[in-house]
Ligand binder design. Structure first.
Ligand code: FAD
Length: 548
């Protein structure tokens, strides 16, 4: 099996001739996790994604693998325990994608928690999540806190708690799970939208889907179908039959990105805002990002955007807690808006709705899964696959996804990742002044697969300057191993450049579109449309700046 963009047509046509045990709809983290788990347990699995892999919420989160400390406020001990333990598992199977990040939570006068409650809360979190000793929380006094983060508003400080969370790249985590599943035999198709279900004796037995690359319908058959379409779960449930019982409640969360020099925090900060919500400030290479908002969403699910008032809310929050920063809307260089596929609960406001996942089974046996978190994807997947195996009447095989390293992540531990980064840095020393930064970016995106990119780079650098040679090598790698089809796939989800290095998008978008044109034999018209799509995606993120 292959995820090569060059073999996509062959894989899709071949898949039409087979009967799968399971079809999974949705190539976000949930669908990816289910596909890997089911494949490892011996099922024949087809994953179908309507856009690019991780197009939905799984490229628009806060990008943390975390235990969800704030859910202790809602007394969700079970959820915190499960997420906390999963945090360690994801770190073990993909250490290059789970970077330990110091997190400072200031304790302030009239804040949600006092010093004692914070100490108890975070202590409880350490205990529930079985946090390893070196990463457990430390309580800091006022002096220690201002030393740790001199930008904090001093007159309201009572102290702080310092602990660790893991920073990730949600879209990369999703694609590495998909690549791992493909290497074990799964078939994964992007740009294929399920439009209707096929039935045998009133039971779902396949799907009819539109392949938007080849512009044709395809029919795929299987014994069972799982709907893991995130915010679109209810759309597919409605395609299947009338929704009975629980339904989704979508809330929008926005992040904004500013250059590091505008918000030079020394570590991540997680703080209370005026309305009782909590907000993250997270440094990442040359930028700092801030999020998130949490508001009800009823708009177009394909196109959530950042509104002026979303950005204003986050800027105001930063300026309140870090007054010397004096952040302005005009400092924002990019951002993203995502939708939480939560399960509606009466009389609860957006922040109070549980992040727990739930499975729904329709009369015609469509299995739908919704809710949950990026961090808990493995447990969600395990639950679904246990259910599928039971329904198929197969002998129960235990999930072993906790033991299978993800593509690019075959490191013993995080120290190994650091050593690998040094090796890559040594290689690039002769080509780049900022070799250490280049190495860090690559290793935290591609892990050990950086070696493949270097092999391509050796060729490209004979014809182009190092920076261009590297971006071309990344593109070739993504074509060969990550099934990219469009310019946006590359700039948004594989490299995150739209969010974190927008200047590079501007500089190289023509190079990348020319390469795609050449390698995928695309028409001028298609390439022009893709360029407009990229512009539009960027417009959704920073179009609000036009109001300045
Ligand atoms: P999605 O990622 O949306 O995937 C569903 C996929 O289904 C999409 O790619 C879509 O294109 C596809 N699809 C839809 N319809 C069809 C169709 N008809 N045919 C084929 N494919 C279809 N969790 C954490 O653990 N840590 C965090 O830091 C964190 N922060 C968050 C911040 C925000 C603002 C938000 C919104 C969420 C955050 N979460 C976080 C939660 C987490 O991101 C989500 O729970 C998770 O990404 C949902 O993944 P999913 O696969 O269920 O949905």
């Amino acid at each position: 099996m292959s995820l090569s963009a060059f073999l996509r047509s062959e894989s899709a046509t071949n898949a039409e001739t087979q009967k799968f045990d399971l079809i999974v709809i949705g190539g976000g983290i949930t669908g990816a996790g289910i596909t890997l788990d089911a494949t490892l347990r011996g099922l024949k699995v087809l994953l179908i994604e309507k856009d690019d892999f991780a197009f939905g919420t799984s490229s628009r989160s806060t990008k943390l693998i975390h235990g969800g400390l704030r859910y202790l406020k809602n007394l969700e001990f079970g959820l915190v325990k499960e997420l906390g333990m999963e945090r360690a598992v994801v770190h073990r199977i993909a250490p290059h994608l789970t970077i330990p990040e110091k997190m400072l939570t200031p304790i302030v006068k009239n804040g949600t928690y006092g010093k004692l409650l914070s100490a108890i809360g975070i202590g409880l979190y350490d205990l529930l999540a079985k946090v390893k000793k070196v990463e457990r929380r430390q309580m800091l006094d006022i002096e220690q806190t201002t030393k740790a983060e001199p930008l904090l508003r001093k007159e309201i400080l009572l102290g702080s708690a310092l602990y660790y969370e893991y920073r990730t790249d949600d879209a990369r985590l999703t694609i590495e799970i998909i690549k791992t599943a493909v290497s074990k035999g799964a078939v994964c198709l992007n740009y294929t939208q399920v439009n209707s279900f096929e039935y045998t004796n009133n039971v779902v037995s396949g799907v009819k889907a539109f392949d938007s690359i080849e512009k044709k319908f395809r029919i795929f058959t299987s014994s069972m179908v799982v709907n893991a379409a995130g915010p679109w779960v209810d759309d597919l449930r409605k395609l299947n039959e009338e929704i009975k019982g629980k339904y989704l409640h979508l809330t929008k969360g926005v992040h904004i990105v500013v250059p590091k020099e505008k918000l030079p925090v020394k570590q991540a900060v997680y703080f209370d805002v005026f309305d009782g919500r909590m907000i993250f400030i997270i440094p990442r290479h040359q930028i700092t990002y801030i999020g998130t908002t949490d508001t009800d969403y009823k708009g177009n699910i394909d196109k959530p955007s950042i509104k002026y008032e979303d950005a204003q809310y986050l800027v105001k929050a930063v300026n309140y807690m870090l007054p010397d920063v004096n952040l302005k809307i005009k400092d924002i260089i990019s951002g993203w808006a995502g939708l939480r596929p939560l399960i509606h609960q009466d009389n609860k406001n957006t922040s109070e709705i549980s992040r727990k996942d739930e499975i729904f089974i329709s009369d015609s046996q469509l299995i739908s899964i919704a809710g949950g978190k990026l961090t808990g994807y493995r447990k969600m997947s395990e639950k679904v696959v246990d259910f599928v195996i039971k329904k198929l009447g197969l002998i129960h095989v235990k999930s072993n996804t906790d033991k299978v390293k993800l593509s690019g992540g075959n490191f013993e531990n995080y120290t190994d990742v650091e050593l690998f980064k040094e090796k890559i840095c040594n290689f690039f020393n002769q080509n780049f002044e900022n070799a250490s930064e280049v190495a860090s970016r690559l290793v935290h995106l591609y892990g050990q697969n950086t070696d493949e990119i270097i092999a391509l780079f050796l060729n490209e650098v004979m014809n182009f300057d190092p920076e261009e040679a590297l971006i071309r090598s990344e593109l070739l790698y993504c074509l060969k191993y990550e099934g990219i089809q469009t310019i946006s796939d590359f700039f948004i989800r594989r490299t995150g450049m739209v969010y974190f290095e927008p200047n590079k998008v501007e500089k190289y978008k023509h190079v990348i579109s020319d390469c795609l044109h050449l390698h995928l034999n695309k028409s001028e018209e298609t390439i022009n449309k893709e360029k407009l799509d990229l512009e539009y995606a960027i417009e959704l993120n920073i179009g609000f700046k036009k109001m300045l």
